[in-house]
Design a protein around this ligand. Structure first.
Ligand SMILES: [Zn+2]
Ligand SMILES: [Zn+2]
Length: 424
């Protein structure tokens, strides 16, 4: 296995562990990219403010011990984006004051979107001397600021990172052992089995249920017959449940699949000449994270990347946003060194209604823009952030206002910004 692949595997594995405790106080999901990391932090604050606690249990199941870590991948000029999948039993519980307000338990596949640079070098273990206090730390540690003096840095992302994740209901239980599954369904269907057996023998051979019970020989015949019939019925029961699940799932997801078909091609074709360093998957991940940050942030106007109209309180009761695996690209427009992309994002939002949590399937239309006149570089860069007014250091990705003196940081924000969000 190459070093690159090795690094990826490490990040995928780390994410599967870190995501389980992402809602616990002080948790840092360092395998996630900056945007996803921040959205998890904000979501945790939202839960705390609403006095909710969320407990996640994800237990690996099935025959692939390490999951399938490269199910699909896409390349562009600079990045390689791929999907890794793991099969899990997922239990999620929300509690308030010791009372359960929501509980869900499901067999799922967890997808992770992994982004890596194709031509970058790994500098995460290189050391760097903090220009403020002189302490030496590795670049990896400095992602969250200098641990000694809290100085924040503006630095390039340290790839590979997980940039998005989502769960898909696992319809067929395909990671489970087939024999076990069939026997399980056979056991569920034991009453049907008995009724069928007794019915057939009565109507075809005139044997009554009482005959079976009074004669030991007959009883053995009954049990043997039922034992043979159990896996057969189990198999049909299983097939039937798969079909039923599929119809249920298709009803929910087919509109999404239809409306997003062709999005990847459209995006790749148009973006190739404007902004080639973004695959559709990476763009989708970025939009999902920025959208979630806006949803969970209590101060949209302070976010450096949000340039849309004020959103008021529409997202105030949202405690979770689950990406549903796809996004539809609607329009790409070019104007004055800017490219604007309008896309529909399909999500399931969890609304906290006090006594219970209500899930809603929703679609949001997002318009995002990015400058096209800035040369792209994968060279690593790191600079200290300092407020020009008071000298304080803070994370400008999280807020454009200095938390110490409230003056605005006058830095060029040259990444994707959101210009509009509305529900459709
Ligand atoms: Zn320092
Ligand atoms: Zn300041």
């Amino acid at each position: 296995m190459s070093a690159v692949q090795d690094n990826k595997e490490k990040v995928i594995k780390a994410f599967r562990e870190e995501i389980k405790t992402a809602y616990e106080p002080g948790a840092k999901v360092m395998s996630a990219d900056r945007e996803l990391r921040y959205c998890l932090e904000l979501q945790r604050d939202r839960l705390v403010n609403r006095r909710l606690s969320c407990k996640e249990e994800m237990n690996h199941r099935g025959q692939f011990p390490g999951g399938l870590n490269n199910v699909r991948s896409w390349k562009d000029g600079h990045y390689e984006t791929s999907w890794a999948v793991d099969f899990i039993d997922h239990n999620k519980t929300y509690q308030r004051d010791g009372m359960i307000t929501y509980r869900k338990s499901e067999k799922q596949s967890m997808y992770e979107t992994v982004v890596d640079v194709r031509d970058g070098e790994d500098v995460s273990q290189d050391t760097y001397c903090c220009p403020n206090c002189g302490a030496v730390s590795t670049i990896a540690v400095l992602q969250e600021g200098c641990p000694y003096c809290r100085t924040s840095f503006k630095m390039s992302e340290l790839f590979p990172k997980i940039s998005n994740y989502f769960f898909v209901y696992d319809i067929s239980g395909k990671a489970d052992n087939l024999g076990k599954t069939v026997l399980k369904y056979g056991c569920y269907l034991l009453p049907v089995n008995l009724a069928l057996f007794l019915g057939i023998s009565y109507f075809q051979q005139g044997i009554t249920p009482v005959d079976y019970l009074t004669e030991p020989g007959m009883l053995i015949r009954l049990l043997l017959g039922m034992a043979i019939l159990t896996p057969v019925l189990g198999f049909f029961g299983w097939i039937y449940s798969v079909i039923f699940d599929f119809i249920r799932l298709a009803k929910k997801d087919l509109p999404v699949l239809f409306s997003t078909a062709g999005s990847r091609g459209k995006f790749a074709y148009k973006m190739a000449k404007l902004c080639p360093e973004f695959t559709f998957e990476y763009f989708t991940s970025r939009m999902t994270s920025l959208f979630k940050i806006v949803v969970f942030s209590d101060h949209d106007e302070e976010l450096p990347f949000y340039r849309g109209p004020e959103l008021g309180s529409i997202f105030d009761d949202v405690v979770d946003v689950a990406f549903r695996g796809s996004m539809g690209c609607k329009r790409i427009k070019e104007k004055d060194n800017m490219v604007y992309v309008t896309a529909d994002i399909y999500v399931e939002t969890a609304h906290d209604l006090g006594r219970r949590i209500k899930l809603k399937t929703e679609t949001y239309r997002i318009t995002a823009g990015r400058r096209t006149d800035i040369p792209f570089s994968t060279n690593f860069s790191i600079t200290k952030i300092q407020c020009r007014n008071c000298g304080g250091s803070f994370n400008i990705f999280k807020s454009k206002k200095c938390p110490f003196c409230s003056s605005e940081y006058q830095a060029e924000y040259d990444d994707w910004a959101i210009y509009d969000i509305h529900k459709i």
